[in-house]
Write a protein that binds this ligand. Structure first.
Ligand code: AMP
Length: 694
């Protein structure tokens, strides 16, 4: 048996399957097992038996509550569920059941095996809806080659076989979704430049106006609310859809309704219907013109060379009339192909996915570039079709003043998919968390929070230069990767987010405030001013302090203690600019070294900041045990003590008062460098404690 790859238009109301035949260079629409090119996207499960398509639709029309339709527009919605045959199904499961049975039906009817499939989705589908579609296809037993946008598929099928150079627009009004897509076509090259739409706007909204009208009239006539009876209501919905279709061909039609033993007959005219649905038509025009606006540069109806009407609902005369009026020219209608063009484009794409290129055999008039007479063929490769994203992508980020969190847009709507957008970081921490949102607004509340990514693998203890790349892959699905400036890949872990946006923002602001407090440096220098420090030692000490302070942030607090026979403050919690005056007053004026630690402990206020005490001495202290005890208490309180000895200092003692590993006995000539090293370490450490969002 022949194994083939197919394109599937998984429609809200109808689905179609097609395959590309490389030998003939043409697309073939694959019929289902009852000989139809299109299959209603309806599932009915009853007594353990599954029906799809027309049979399921008939059940739905008869009011069978074990039948489900229109589930596609609920894809990715965690709250949607339908109970069929006593079991609960979400939209993804229903799509999976439908696709699996459609596969079997088409295989049986055509004597083939279907392996790979390109499945189409409305361009406006978001991350959750695309992911759900991929999973449904996989569950149905397909090797999902790709997910492509319905209008793009239509453009591929129509645009490529049309050839030439033009700007084309696809106006796609289906059963449950509306999409508008604009593309520049140049021979085999198709560049989608903009897309817009609404996945809750389609033929069923038009149906609903008739349904509502009849419910009202029935209520007026018999005092019975049909909507209260699920079975009768479902039946009415199916009849109204039928009536709507009739109104596309005749000026008036009648709908018969039965409920609670009453029977009513109501006539609906096309004029009334068009009047009632005018605002729905206007909505599609508004979305189309918004798409022009997003393109800017005065893009308008005049900028378009051709408009193609796709989707079953474009059969309504009001669509053609409205577009004709706006466009000023005749849009292209594709007759019976309106239901299958999307599947055809998907079939071409499926062939492109597996073969890398595709050669189409076309009718006359197109691909003038070939310059030859006779049958014309056009070869395209996978790079010839460039699509765009219908949703911006951003991440939570602090505003410049650090007081608020916004959605910082990384990938704008209508940007090409398949292109990575990098964001550079110079960051001192070893973990970075990134919250990714889908949407166009800078307000996170208007966007959909997708995932949290935790990026790790940075080198510890230093600031790292790295890039995080954000990408919409060819399926329009989000991918995030990271790498250090030397090319080493960073680890990126993706997880679902369970907190609400409001909770996350509140938490991040709180964490930032706490981290900022901790990152604030509160440093005190205790400088030995006993007689032996006179001359070079005290001069070096002054230089060292000034160099140290120069490396601190503007909001660092600095204190200087001079200690000999007793201790005193030369400055206390001073600003950077005030330190040099205090340092100038440092003078080794005699006496012997006394303990400055107890003094610091008693006289220095406790703060939330990062408290650091740098002790410099050149001799042995009296009462060393008391000093060690004071040091222990300070360390227990979170003060970090650096003990630096020059001259006759006792290293063993310094080790006892310092924080672990922070005692040093050095040559005087190394003093400035040693202080600089400590200051460097503090700078890296404090920036590392931030929960930075870049
Ligand atoms: P699609 O999702 O593209 O298959 O479109 C299906 C939608 O087209 C459904 O809402 C149908 O009711 C609608 N439709 C199909 N044929 C007609 C017609 N002749 N007139 C009006 N609407 C139609």
């Amino acid at each position: 048996m022949k194994t083939i790859n197919v394109g599937i238009d998984l429609g809200t109301t109808y689905s179609a399957v097609a395959t590309f035949d490389a030998a003939s260079g043409k697309v073939e629409i694959l019929k289902n097992d009852i000989g139809e090119e299109i299959t209603p996207s309806v599932v009915c499960i009853e007594d353990g038996e599954t029906l799809i398509g027309q049979e399921a639709k008939d059940q739905q029309a008869a009011g069978n509550l074990n039948a489900a339709a229109f589930y596609k527009s609920m894809m990715g919605d965690p709250y949607f569920a339908r109970t069929l045959d006593g079991k609960s199904y979400d939209a993804e499961m229903l799509s999976g059941v439908f696709l699996k049975n459609l596969k079997t039906s088409v295989e049986k009817a055509n004597g083939v095996n279907i392996s790979g499939a390109v499945i189409t989705v409305p361009a406006y589908f978001n991350e959750a809806q695309r992911q759900a579609t991929i999973r449904a296809g996989t569950k149905a037993g397909f090797n999902v080659l790709k997910i492509i946008n319905e209008p793009t598929a239509a453009i591929i099928a129509y645009g490529l076989t049309g050839g030439g150079k033009k700007t084309a627009m696809v106006y796609d009004l289906g059963g449950g979704t509306f999409d508008v897509t604009i593309a520049k076509i140049d021979g085999a090259q198709v560049d989608v430049i903009a897309t817009n739409g609404d996945h809750q706007l389609g033929g069923r909204n038009w149906d609903k106006t008739i349904v509502d009208e009849i419910v009202d009239r029935f209520q007026d006539e018999f005092g019975v609310d049909i909507a209260a009876n699920k079975e009768d209501y479902t039946e009415l919905v199916v009849r109204c859809e039928k009536a709507k279709k009739q109104l596309s061909n005749v000026p008036a039609t009648t709908v018969t309704v039965r409920s609670e033993g009453f029977s009513g007959q109501y006539t609906i005219t096309r004029e009334e219907f068009e009047e009632k649905t005018r605002r729905l038509m206007a909505e599609t025009i508004m979305l189309t013109e918004k798409c022009f606006e997003e393109l800017g540069n005065g893009f308008g109806w005049h900028s378009i060379d051709e408009i193609v009407l796709v989707g079953g609902s474009t059969r309504m005369p009001q669509v053609l009339d409205t577009i004709r009026k706006k466009f000023g020219k005749e849009p292209r209608t594709i007759g019976s192909k309106v239901d299958t063009i999307v599947a055809s484009g998907a079939a071409m794409q499926a062939h492109l996915c597996v073969a890398g290129s595709i050669t189409l055999s076309m009718g006359g008039g197109a691909a003038k570039s070939s310059g030859a007479s006779g049958p014309i063929s056009l070869t395209i490769d996978s790079g010839s079709i460039r699509d765009v994203t219908s949703h911006g992508l951003g991440m939570l980020a602090f505003t410049a003043d650090g007081k608020n969190i916004i959605n910082s847009i990384i990938i704008k709507k209508n940007s090409n998919v398949g292109v990575p957008y990098g964001k550079s970081y110079n960051f001192g921490g070893d973990k970075l968390q990134v919250f990714v949102l889908q949407g166009e607004s800078t307000s996170p509340y208007d966007c959909t929070l997708l995932y949290k990514y935790v990026v790790s693998g940075m080198k510890r203890g230093e600031k790292n230069n790295f890039t995080i790349n954000f990408l919409y892959d060819q399926n329009g699905v989000v991918e995030v990767t990271g790498s250090l400036s030397d090319g080493t890949a960073l680890k990126v872990e993706k997880s679902a987010v369970t907190e609400s946006i409001a909770d996350i923002i509140a938490r991040l602001l709180r964490e930032k405030e706490e981290a900022a407090k901790k990152a604030q440096v509160d440093v005190a220098f205790a400088i030995d001013t006993s007689g032996s420090m006179y001359g070079a030692p005290i001069d070096e000490a002054k230089k060292s302090i000034l160099e140290f302070v120069a490396q601190l942030g503007e909001d660092a607090k600095t204190s200087v203690i001079s200690f000999a026979n007793s201790s005193s403050w030369l400055c206390k919690e001073a600003k950077k600019s005030e330190v040099s005056a205090a340092v100038r007053r440092l003078d080794a004026d005699g006496g012997t070294s006394a303990d400055p630690l107890d003094f610091y402990r008693r006289e220095k206020r406790k703060t939330d900041a990062n408290r650091i005490l740098v002790v410099l001495t050149d001799g042995e202290w009296f009462h060393q045990d008391d000093a060690i005890r004071s040091a222990d208490r300070l360390k227990a309180d979170g003060v970090k003590i650096y003990a630096i000895g020059v001259g006759d200092a006792d290293y063993d003692f310094l080790r006892k008062i310092a924080s672990p590993g922070e005692a040093k006995k050095i040559d005087l000539s190394k003093l400035v460098a040693t202080f600089r090293e400590i200051a460097d370490g503090i700078a890296t450490e404090s920036s590392g404690s931030f929960t930075s969002l870049g």
